[in-house]
Design a binder for this molecule. Structure first.
Ligand SMILES: Cc1ncc(C[n+]2csc(CCOP(=O)(O)OP(=O)(O)O)c2C)c(N)n1
Ligand code: SF4
Ligand SMILES: [Mg+2]
Length: 286
């Protein structure tokens, strides 16, 4: 699916945050492709189902490779791509519903294996594509199309979840600064392991959070987004946990460590134990 599909007529609503994420991802792919001198199609976008996942059909210019798979299953699909073809730049684009709700069970196992992939999560706090139902990141009490009396469940904190699971690169940003966001995506692509760039990407139709994020002086709204201090040490787990404990939406790199990737470990076994995959399979006793 390397040609943009001219018959795919999906359109994002005016002002949707996903436009900014698309610009950032296009820039990041340009930068990475040039720097590593790889063909455009060596960038593989594995997309979730949702307005966010439709990103894979909306990329301008020369097309990367794209897989629009199954709702909630970006991580298993990307795991297969990343481990079988480590030469490719594996990228996930998914929404908060796709990645954290139906797909939530995959995050822990993926993090513990540390596959080399970059996950771009567009968090708009609702299920946009299916018309505004509540998602794990909707706030408690939020009125949505599925919670007319207010959401009863507690609000998930995805950054804390990623940190606890041991994701090896965690950045947080919003969609309004595509150039800055692009830099974090490129750093995530270069990071040897599982990186997540969690992006606040407001849904102008069902959950317009631009003012809440950026603030609005006239309305007396302070804004929840804040830039991560320069002296924050992303290699320090406790510093990252303290940063997240402050609340609000941090803009910057939260945490980074470099444990071996699953591909490193597999290669080590193949090198040390046997060069023949059949020998490895035979070594499993029944
Ligand atoms: C297995 C399965 N369950 C449910 C759906 C219906 N569905 C499609 S998209 C979606 C939620 C999308 O929300 P999110 O991932 O946050 O993406 P957004 O549209 O907000 O970008 C749901 C429930 C589906 N397509 N497949
Ligand atoms: S419904 Fe929301 S998330 Fe979907 S395209 Fe429209 S503004 Fe964007
Ligand atoms: Mg969503």
């Amino acid at each position: 699916m390397s040609d943009r599909n001219p018959e795919y007529d999906f359109k994002w609503c005016p002002g949707c945050g996903d436009f900014g994420v698309k610009r950032a991802l296009e820039q990041a792919i340009d930068t990475y492709t040039e720097e590593f001198e790889i063909p455009r199609t060596s960038n593989v976008i594995v997309a979730g189902i949702g307005c966010s996942g439709n990103m894979v059909h909306m990329m301008d210019g020369e097309q990367p490779f794209g897989i629009h798979g199954i709702h909630g299953r970006t991580l298993p699909i990307a795991f297969g791509v990343s481990t079988s073809r480590p030469d490719l730049n594996t990228i996930i684009v998914a929404g908060d519903g796709d990645f954290l709700s139906i797909g939530g069970e995959h995050i822990g196992p993926a993090a513990s294996r540390n596959p080399n992939m970059t996950c771009i999560i567009m968090d708009n706090g609702v299920y946009g594509l299916t018309k505004g139902q509540s998602s794990p990141t909707s706030t408690t009490g939020q009125i949505t199309t599925s919670t007319p009396f207010g959401k009863m469940e507690s609000q998930m904190k995805p950054l804390e979840l990623y940190l606890t699971y041991g994701v090896s690169y965690i950045a947080s940003h919003y969609s309004s600064k595509p150039k800055v966001l692009a830099n974090f995506i490129v750093e995530g692509m270069k990071h040897p392991g599982m990186s997540i760039i969690h992006v606040q990407s407001p849904c102008t139709t069902y959950n317009d959070t631009y003012d809440i994020l950026k603030g609005n002086r006239r309305e007396g709204i302070p804004g929840t987004a804040f830039i991560v201090e320069e002296d924050h040490d992303p290699s320090d787990y406790n510093a990252a946990a303290n940063l997240l404990n402050k609340g609000g939406v941090p803009l910057g790199l939260i945490y980074k460590k470099e444990p071996p990737t699953i591909t490193d470990l597999q290669n080590k076994i193949i090198k040390e134990k046997s060069k023949n995959p059949q020998d490895i399979l035979s070594s499993y006793s029944i």
